[in-house]
Design a protein around this ligand. Structure first.
Ligand code: NAG
Ligand code: NAG
Ligand code: NAG
Ligand code: NAG
Ligand code: NAG
Ligand code: NAG
Length: 716
């Protein structure tokens, strides 16, 4: 395992996505493209994690003065580092390695000279400019000359020792560039010189460096990729160029899908996903050979088109989509890093650090692909230990125009606590044949008793009694005064009832009756009436039957043993139960299931060109793209239905979008663009936002020639 420090420098300022979201909503079309990604990684322990410096830069030695003359490269590297927590690595070398001579007395950093042969002369100020330019956490791979074997490579060893002395960031040495082309293209060695000869020379030089610098680490091979004549890693490792003899964290090969030297350059082919898959397959045995010895495989020089790139291909938006597809494919194969190769003005450069005749400084289209990947591998939070595992997603019927990658977090995640699932519980009940039962008679008996009782009641009533009093007056008597008559009566009434006699007292209350005597009446009879109100109280006797209950408990209960015979039956019943994970479920969560799909990248590589004149131009590109290649129909958009993310989670959605494959300007990553002078991003992305529905699927639209990144913010 490579033990490289992945600590971000203190200079890294984290640029986490702002809270700007644009909610996207899309109806699911009948014929949407369905992409099913596995929600968890089945073999997480074996899966490689992506190096934080996965995207790195390769620079020709002689191009260094141009790159250190402005802050653009540092700023671009800082954009990556601030997102991913790892600074891109720097490889200094290229074909200039094998033309390099170190001259300690030389004042200038580097100059080219024709005498005595075409070579670059380096002075110590070369080292100081490198050491001062790059932040201290930059890992530098330093390229050395193998081609010039004069004095048993004395100068090469001297160059290595001086680089170690003056550049603290030096991490690895490469010795010889594209050695498999030594007998052909570069003509550094005669015909018949093989991989075995290379290994012998390499060991001679490496051993000398090892003697001078015991901690020196190496990145051998540096093959252009012919894989012939013993120039393959399986053969190389067998010669002893291995991790047990030397410190070899990684072996390097180079990769370019097209070549300007052979005239093989084509914009449409660049975004051919199945061609890319095939091109990378040839590295499978190389990767396996590197890993067999405990090293890794790195692509330390790469870009769209070899031999400096191709105008109208390397400098178009197609290169950005290619970079995304290529890098994710390589990451899935456990390629440690890809170092993208740059010259200060070459067509394939990721940046033009400084304007030169006719060419402005600027951030090239391909760098938009790098930024998109920085978002794909961005730490979910500051100081996060998250690393990502990439898997290509194969789709049914393998549509030729779409590439999909799942990015898993290596951090154990808790199950989705928001999700309430349903479980169906099945119950099975089996009844046995016979059963013995003991019956105990403990029952009590009850007796009812009835009796008759006399009940006394009193009733009160009021009665009106009218009495009349007749007063007889003598004929001749003259009555001249009023007479008052007092009437008082007491009466007892008797009632006869069935079963007895009762006496009722009647109290007559006296009232004053006033009689008015009329004068001059000789004989007359007058009658006065008195109304008497009397209260009558009577006592009444009745009889009623009353029932009482008596409880009798037997002293010795009866016990009986019975044998019951039941037919054997099994009954099945089901029940739907809503479940929420319990804390114990979370603790016992299986490791593989805790490695969740964190992100996904979907590329629709269906080719779309623009005819927009302004988009065909780019100030840092040499000339505009050809006209007349604009696709006539309107650009189509297709709905994708994707599954694999956790239900109900919100996903942020970033789009790498441009006017068309042939465009040289006008692209952005959800609104993010680069400043053409500083190389810094001008804003935070305006991410879209979509929700995963409760069944776990999400819909979004994708244009022809577009890449979409979906990020689950909850999967850290
Ligand atoms: C969907 O595809 C089927 C068959 O491929 C086709 O018959 C149907 O018209 C399509 N529907 C839409 C809305 O495109
Ligand atoms: C080889 O290196 C020596 C210094 O060791 C230098 O003088 C000579 O010019 C170099 N030759 C070539 C072909 O670069
Ligand atoms: C790029 O396209 C432009 C416009 O058609 C053309 O003038 C130029 O020659 C092309 N460059 C190359 C290297 O093909
Ligand atoms: C890619 O986009 C094109 C244009 O929108 C569309 O016709 C095609 O179906 C898309 N491919 C897939 C697999 O969705
Ligand atoms: C897009 O334009 C380029 C020229 O820039 C051309 O080579 C290519 O064939 C065009 N592709 C399509 C699909 O029109
Ligand atoms: C991003 O690029 C697309 C395609 O060129 C363009 O339509 C869109 O307006 C751009 N967005 C921003 C915010 O620049």
């Amino acid at each position: 395992m490579r033990v490289r420090s992945s600590v971000a420098s203190a200079q890294v300022s984290f640029l986490f996505a702002s809270a700007l979201f644009v909610t996207e909503s899309h109806a699911q079309l009948e014929n949407s493209t369905v992409i099913n990604i596995s929600p968890t990684l089945s073999n997480a322990a074996a899966a490689p994690t992506v190096d934080r410096s996965f995207i790195s830069y390769s620079l020709e030695h002689n191009a260094m003065p141009g790159f250190v003359s402005t802050q653009m490269l540092n700023n671009l590297m800082n954009v990556w580092a601030s997102k991913t927590g790892g600074r891109p690595g720097i490889r200094l070398g290229g074909s200039a390695m094998d033309k390099s001579t170190y001259v300690p007395s030389f004042k200038q950093p580097v100059i080219w000279t024709a005498n005595p042969s075409s070579q670059y002369l380096f002075g110590p100020s070369y080292f100081t400019s490198v050491a001062n330019y790059f932040p201290s956490d930059t890992q530098i791979t330093f390229g050395l000359n193998l081609a010039n074997s004069t004095a048993n490579w004395d100068n090469t060893v001297e160059f290595a020792v001086a680089a170690d002395k003056y550049i603290p960031q030096v991490d690895l040495y490469e010795i010889g560039n594209e050695v498999d082309l030594y007998t052909s293209t570069s003509k550094h060695r005669p015909q018949g010189w093989t991989g075995k000869d290379y290994a012998t020379e390499w060991q001679t030089v490496a051993n000398r460096i090892k003697t001078a610098l015991p901690n020196a680490r190496f990145q051998p091979a540096v093959f252009a990729g012919s894989l012939k004549d013993g120039f393959d890693l399986g053969s190389l490792v067998k010669t002893g160029v291995d991790n047990s003899q030397f410190k070899i964290p990684a072996y390097s090969l180079h990769f370019y899908p097209q070549s300007a030297c052979s005239g093989n350059q084509n914009l449409d082919n660049l975004v051919d996903h199945s061609a890319l898959v095939e091109q990378l397959q040839r590295f499978d045995p190389e990767i396996a050979a590197a890993e067999a010895g405990g090293s890794r495989f790195t692509l330390a020089e790469s870009n769209t088109v070899s031999c400096s790139g191709a105008v109208n291909v390397s400098d178009t938006f197609a290169s950005a989509l290619w970079l995304v597809d290529y890098a994710l494919s390589a990451a899935a194969k456990n390629v440690e890093r890809i170092y993208f190769h740059n010259g200060p003005t070459t067509p394939y450069s990721l940046l033009i650090p400084k304007g030169v005749s006719g060419l402005s400084s600027g951030v090239r289209p391909i760098s938009y692909g790098v930024y998109f990947l920085a978002e794909a591998f961005a730490l979910p939070e500051r100081g996060s230990t998250t690393k990502f595992l990439v898997t290509p997603v194969s789709l049914p019927d393998s549509p030729p125009d779409i590439a999909v990658y799942g990015l898993y977090s290596n951090r154990m995640q808790k199950p989705n606590l928001d999700t309430v699932g349903t479980t169906i519980k099945t119950y099975k009940t089996t009844m046995r044949e016979t059963k013995t039962m003991v019956l105990t008679n403990k029952a009590s008996t009850m007796t009812s008793l009835a009796t008759t009782r006399a009940i006394k009641s009193v009733s009160t009533s009021t009665r009106r009694i009218i009495t009349s009093t007749i007063v007889t007056v003598a004929k001749t008597t003259r009555v001249t005064k009023k007479t008052t008559v007092m009437v008082t009566r007491t009466r007892t009434e008797r009632y006869t009832r069935t079963g007895g006699t009762s006496t009722r007292l009647v109290y007559a209350v006296s009232r004053v009756a006033t009689t008015t005597v009329i004068p001059s009446v000789i004989r007359s009879t007058s009658t006065s009436r008195t109304t008497i109100m009397s209260r009558i109280v009577s006592t009444i006797w009745t009889t009623r039957v009353v029932t009482a209950t008596k409880v009798v408990t037997p002293a010795n209960p009866l016990t009986t043993t019975v044998s019951v015979s039941i037919k054997s039956t099994t009954v099945t019943s089901t029940e739907r139960i809503l479940v929420k994970p319990q804390p114990t479920d979370i603790q016992n969560f299986p490791l593989n299931e805790g490695i969740f799909l964190a992100r996904a990248v979907v590329l629709n590589l269906s080719r779309y060109n623009t005819s927009d004149e302004t988009a065909l131009n780019c100030r840092s590109c040499s000339g505009p793209s050809p006209r007349g290649f604009g696709t006539q129909e309107t650009r189509s958009s297709k709905t994708v239905t994707l599954t694999g993310f956790q239900p109900n989670h919100r996903l942020t959605l970033l789009r790498l979008r441009g006017p068309g494959l042939n465009a040289k300007s006008g692209f952005n990553i959800s609104g993010v663009t680069f400043d053409e002078i500083s190389g810094m991003v001008t804003s935070a992305p305006r991410s879209g936002s979509v929700y995963v529905d409760k069944t776990g699927s999400v819909n979004f639209n994708i244009l022809a020639s577009e890449a979409v990144l979906l990020v689950d913010e909850k999967v850290k």
